[in-house]
Design a binder for this molecule. Structure first.
Ligand code: FAD
Length: 286
C-alpha cells in the first residue's frame, strides 16, 4: 500500500525504521530484528540506504523481505549523492521487481573526502527522476524543522523543500527534534508557504547519551534543558538512560498526537525492545 494513502486516512499512525547490515554476515541478525519490529504491526517500516554505498546493498532486500514475510508496508530509502543516473535506475528497477511502492528520496550527506558523482546535486533532482521512472511510486522526502545544516537559513531551506514537493514528493518525514514547539512552528511556516503534503514527525528514542550528543552537535539539533538534565543525570547508566530516553520519546509522541500530528515515525535503530515499549505505551492512544 502507498504511504500517502495510509496518511490520507487522517488517523494516528506509528512507523519504525531499521538500517540494513554492512556485511553479509550480519544480515540474519538485522533481518531478525526487523521481523520482530514488524510483529508490532506498524503502519509501515522504513529501511535506510548508505549514502556512500556501504550499507546500500541490502536495503531493497530487507525492505522486500519485511513486506513479503510479515505483510508490513515498507519505505525503501534511496540516496543519490554518490550515484549515477544509471545506478539509480537500477535500484528503482530492483524495487519495482520486489513490489516496493514507497521510496524516500534523499541526497545523502556529502562524503568526507568530498568525492561525489556528478549526476545529482539535490534530492529534488532524484525525485524528478523517480517520477520519470515510474509515476505510480509513492515518494517521500526529508525535511528539517531546525533547518538543514548546509542551508543559509530556514527560509531558504523551506524554499528548497518546496522544490522537492513541486518535483513530485507525496509526503515528508522530519529530522529528529526534541522540542515539539519547534515542529509546531515549522508546520505553521511550511503551510504558510503552500506546502500541504503530510508531514511525518521523526522521533528518536535516545538510549545512548554520548552518541546523541555528538549527532546533535553535528546536525545542530536543539537539546532542551529538560532533555539535557536527563542525559546529565542518567548518561552514565545505560539501563536508566534507556528507560528515560524511551519515556521522553513516548511523551513527545503523545503530545504530538494530542496536537493532531498524526504521522509518527520512530527511529528505532534495529532495537525491537525499544520499539515494543513505545508501542505498548501507546496501546490505547493509537
Ligand atoms: P536536499 O533536499 O538535497 O538538501 C540538501 C541541502 O541542499 C539543504 O541544505 C537544502 O536546503 C539545500 N538545497 C536543496 N536544493 C537546493 C537548491 N536548488 N539550491 C541550493 N541549495 C539547495 N542519509 C543517508 O545517507 N541514508 C538514509 O537512509 C537517510 N535517511 C534519512 C531520513 C530522514 C527522514 C532524514 C531527515 C534524513 C535522512 N538522511 C539519510 C540524511 C540526509 O541524507 C542528509 O540530511 C543530507 O545531508 C540531506 O539530504 P536531503 O535529501 O534532505 O537533501
Amino acid at each position: 500500500m502507498k504511504i500517502k494513502d495510509i496518511l490520507a486516512k487522517g488517523q494516528p499512525t506509528l512507523s519504525f525504521e531499521v538500517f540494513p547490515p554492512k556485511e553479509a554476515d550480519s544480515y540474519k541478525s538485522v533481518e531478525e530484528a526487523a521481523f520482530k519490529i514488524a510483529q508490532l504491526n506498524p503502519a509501515f517500516m522504513s529501511v535506510t540506504y548508505g549514502a556512500g554505498g556501504g550499507t546500500s546493498r541490502y536495503t531493497v532486500g530487507i525492505a522486500s523481505e519485511i513486506q513479503k514475510k510479515c505483510g508490513v508496508n515498507t519505505l525503501a530509502h534511496l540516496t543519490c549523492v554518490s550515484s549515477t543516473r544509471e545506478e539509480v535506475r537500477r535500484v528503482l528497477g530492483e524495487m519495482k521487481e520486489s513490489g516496493i511502492e514507497n521510496v524516500l528520496a534523499l541526497r545523502g550527506d556529502i562524503p568526507k573526502d568530498g568525492r561525489r558523482a556528478e549526476d545529482y546535486q539535490y534530492a529534488s533532482q532524484l525525485i524528478y527522476d523517480i517520477k520519470q521512472f515510474d509515476e505510480s511510486l509513492c515518494i517521500g522526502a526529508a525535511c528539517y524543522p531546525e533547518g538543514h545544516v548546509e542551508s543559509a537559513n530556514k527560509t531558504a531551506d523551506i524554499e528548497h523543500l518546496r522544490e522537492k514537493v513541486d518535483a513530485g514528493c507525496d509526503f515528508v518525514t522530519t529530522q529528529m527534534f526534541f522540542d515539539n514547539n519547534i515542529l509546531y512552528n515549522y508546520l505553521y511556516r511550511i503551510r504558510e508557504r503552500g506546502i500541504t503534503v503530510p508531514v511525518v514527525a521523526g522521533i528518536m528514542p535516545v538510549t545512548n547519551a554520548k552518541q546523541i550528543t555528538r549527532i546533535c552537535q553535528m546536525s545542530g539539533t536543539y537539546l532542551p534543558a529538560r532533555f539535557k538534565a536527563i542525559v546529565d543525570r542518567f548518561g552514565d547508566n545505560p539501563a536508566a538512560m534507556k528507560q528515560a530516553g524511551i519515556a521522553y520519546a513516548t511523551e513527545q509522541i503523545i503530545d504530538l498526537i494530542a496536537n493532531h500530528v498524526n504521522g509518527i515515525h520512530v527511529y528505532s535503530m534495529n532495537k525491537p525492545d525499544v520499539a515494543a515499549q513505545i508501542r505498548q505505551s501507546l496501546s490505547e492512544i493509537l
